[in-house]
Ligand binder design. Structure first.
Ligand code: UD1
Length: 365
């Protein structure tokens, strides 16, 4: 048996680990230990996803919780080291680009255990993003790097990573989307919110550069004040953003918008249903740019860069400067096209990425 520790910690990790655990289980040659770092711990940010996506209950939860990035990363490392020492795995597998990814990756490297990185090679080329540092460092110490799009191969090549370690397998997040798309159609979220398909936009915002900086956040809020006159805005709010909305001025302006509906974070199936029926998605997330590409929903990404360029060259995504004017200009353009933007499905985003990963690891063992 191939002994492998699979790590997850924050919300976007859960959709990625689900198909990997399934593929490992089906292959029958893996002995897995699932470790949850506890980076995300609210029921709505964590437990919900395990139940809905049928992810096995974590064997170990490190329960690190929130702290500064340094303290969070250090705490994960300290608590993860004895887990690796006890289990004696052949591999540690990490996904994505969150603090749990680099923390556990570094522990594996220090203990001389082979490291696998899922979603390797993505680069925003913006080192002020905590995730960019996590990506660069994790890739530089990984032994097997699984890539979602051609840009990942190109970036790793430019950084001098041995091409023999790099495998283009597609996107595990899309495996999860495809496996759950039908089920999501049964969600009653539209009727619960009393909205009709294509009559609303979905918003998500959580990036510190957008919601911790009040000037930037106000530019975004001003744009929403205009857009909500046309379209209902459905906004499931991340805990970080919720704190900042409570800040005096923004809170009042948000409350005053009749057509802006704030929700607590929602589950995967409800969110998938909301995105696939919406006229438009406005976001600063990484993964949502990929999901809207598959769903064919227009996506405005409120960022200056993206580490997922295929969502623009082939998908339905566009980058928007974070000024009220630019958000409204792009909104108008999409509205004039009747919210109909065409795209195509990127290579290997076919629901089978996790199977390719399991097969490649078994072949390399
Ligand atoms: C993290 C990831 C980011 C990912 C995002 C998705 C890093 C560097 N960032 O950002 O890449 O896109 O998750 O959500 O790893 N909080 C709660 N309950 C929770 C979790 C967090 O209330 O379950 C609050 C805490 O006050 C915390 C804040 O949210 O301080 C931020 O959480 P944290 O895990 O530090 O980063 P995210 O902003 O969620």
């Amino acid at each position: 048996m191939i002994k492998i520790i699979c790590v997850c910690g924050a919300r976007p990790n859960f959709m990625k680990i689900a198909p990997i655990m399934r593929a490992f289980n089906e292959k029958g040659v893996f002995e897995t230990l699932l470790v949850h770092t506890g980076q995300h711990y609210d029921r709505k940010m964590s437990r919900f996803f395990f139940d809905e996506l049928k992810i096995p209950k974590p064997d170990i939860n490190l329960e690190v919780g929130s702290a500064s990035h340094t303290v969070q990363t250090a705490k994960i490392m300290k608590r993860f080291e004895p887990v690796v020492q006890n289990f004696q795995p052949d591999y540690v597998l990490v996904v994505g680009d969150v603090n749990s990814t680099i923390a556990c990756g570094l522990v594996a490297a220090k203990l001389g255990v082979k490291l696998i990185h899922i979603e390797a090679g993505l680069r925003s080329f913006d080192r002020s993003m905590p995730e960019e540092i996590n990506r660069l460092l994790t890739d530089s110490i990984s032994d097997l790097l699984f890539v979602t799009e051609q840009s990942g191969i190109d970036n790793l090549h430019a950084e001098g990573i041995d091409p023999g370690k790099v495998h283009f397998v597609g996107n595990v997040m899309i495996d999860t989307l495809m496996a759950n798309r039908k089920k999501a159609e049964d969600s009653d979220i539209l009727s619960r919110l009393d909205i009709q398909a294509k009559d609303y936009a979905v918003i998500t915002l959580h990036r510190p550069s957008n919601v911790d900086n009040m000037d930037t956040f106000e530019q975004i809020i001003s744009a929403f004040e205009h857009i909500q006159k046309d379209l209902k805005l459905i906004f499931p709010v991340h805990p970080r953003t919720r704190k900042n909305i409570k800040a005096a001025d923004i809170g009042k302006r948000v409350k005053a918008m009749e057509n802006l509906i704030l929700l607590d974070p929602i589950g995967y199936l409800d969110f998938l249903c909301l995105m696939s029926n919406s006229a438009l998605v406005i976001t600063d997330s990484g993964g949502i740019q990929e999901e809207t590409t598959i769903l064919g929903t227009p996506c405005m990404t409120l960022r200056e860069n993206t580490e997922r360029p295929v969502t623009i060259t082939e998908g339905t995504n566009r980058l928007v400067h974070i000024t009220t004017d630019d958000i409204l200009k792009n909104y108008q353009q999409i509205k004039e096209s009747d919210f109909d933007v065409s795209g195509r499905i990127p290579k290997f985003w076919d629901g089978k990425a996790a199977d390719r990963i399991a097969a490649t690891i078994a072949d390399n063992y």
